[in-house]
Design a binder for this molecule. Structure first.
Ligand code: ZZB
Length: 262
């Protein structure tokens, strides 16, 4: 998979994360980014929060830039070490360890988002085996994100978050399509009566439907390429994010077993 890894700069760590980092000399004077793998760079205008898995392990790793550190899974750091993103080829240098739940409530700057800062929140289905384990959330266009955000808004106490970390972060129209209008994920979730991130079968169908519709029929309604088809805008927005050091390209074999057996 050809991912775009979006760099969400940490503005303020949660108190738990600050406690973990206290006295750590390796992070002094450095910028730390939570880095999220996406296949939809054109939707970054609609980021409302960032997701981690509460039980997943994360590390802070040195990168190919002396003053920048990436907060991702170790698995992703190893892959990046062979894509010119680490200090030298194959070299993985971890300077801190986290468990996902310690990061909840951290504030980050999400590139292109209309919201000047967004919060790190919990999601049940974050896979350790895909991307970086950090997932950026676009509830306007991702049914999984919308369903999770609805869960968090309904039951902040149950999810151990503060209501204000998500309450006023409404989905933002990014892409218009003839079938689902300009808020595809909320529309399809309502149509399919999806109420929670736990409705996995329905969510997989919804994701497939809006992926296709957005890519083939979508037109941007925000940003520099407003009015342009998604197919045209996508590579241009990706390149701009990369050129402005707000994202890096990142590849991952879709299925290692498949690629090995050829
Ligand atoms: C922003 C975004 C906006 C995404 C959207 C999707 C959509 P796929 O096709 O199954 O490979 N993702 C990335 N890493 C993880 C992870 N470790 N665990 C769970 N989800 C992850 O899915 C790629 C997408 O899965 C990525 O693109 C990311 O969410 C999420 F409007 O980033 B996406 C219709 C989907 N729309």
């Amino acid at each position: 998979q050809d991912y775009t890894c979006i760099k969400l700069k940490v503005l303020e760590f949660s108190p738990e994360a600050q406690a973990v980092l206290a006295g750590n000399k390796d992070i002094e004077g450095k910028q730390i980014f939570m880095v999220a793998a996406t296949l939809r760079p054109e939707t970054m205008y609609g980021q409302t929060n960032c997701f981690v898995g509460v039980d997943l392990k994360y590390g802070v790793f040195k990168t190919n830039k002396a003053d920048e550190l990436f907060l991702i899974t170790e698995r992703a750091a190893r892959n990046m070490a062979y894509q010119n993103l680490s200090p030298s080829t194959g070299e993985v240098v971890k300077v801190a360890d986290f468990v996902g739940r310690q990061l909840i409530g951290t504030q980050v700057k999400a590139p292109l988002s209309s919201y000047p800062s967004v919060y790190v929140l919990p999601m049940d289905g974050v896979l350790a085996t895909k991307g970086t384990g950090v997932v950026t959330s676009v509830p306007s266009d991702s049914p999984d994100d919308y369903a999770t955000v609805m869960d968090l808004k309904k039951k902040p106490d149950y999810y151990k978050i503060k209501a204000e970390w998500i309450a006023s972060y409404e989905p933002i129209p990014i892409i218009n399509t003839p079938t689902y209008g300009n808020l595809a994920a909320p529309t399809i979730c309502a149509q399919m009566k999806i109420n929670s991130q736990k409705d996995k079968t329905q969510l997989a169908l919804a994701k497939e439907a809006v992926y296709k519709d957005g890519f083939y029929n979508g037109v941007m309604v925000i940003g520099d390429y407003s009015g342009k088809p998604v197919q045209e805008a996508k590579p241009l927005i990706r390149q701009t994010l990369i050129d402005t050091n707000q994202a890096v390209p990142y590849n991952e074999p879709e299925n290692l077993v498949m690629s090995r057996s050829g």
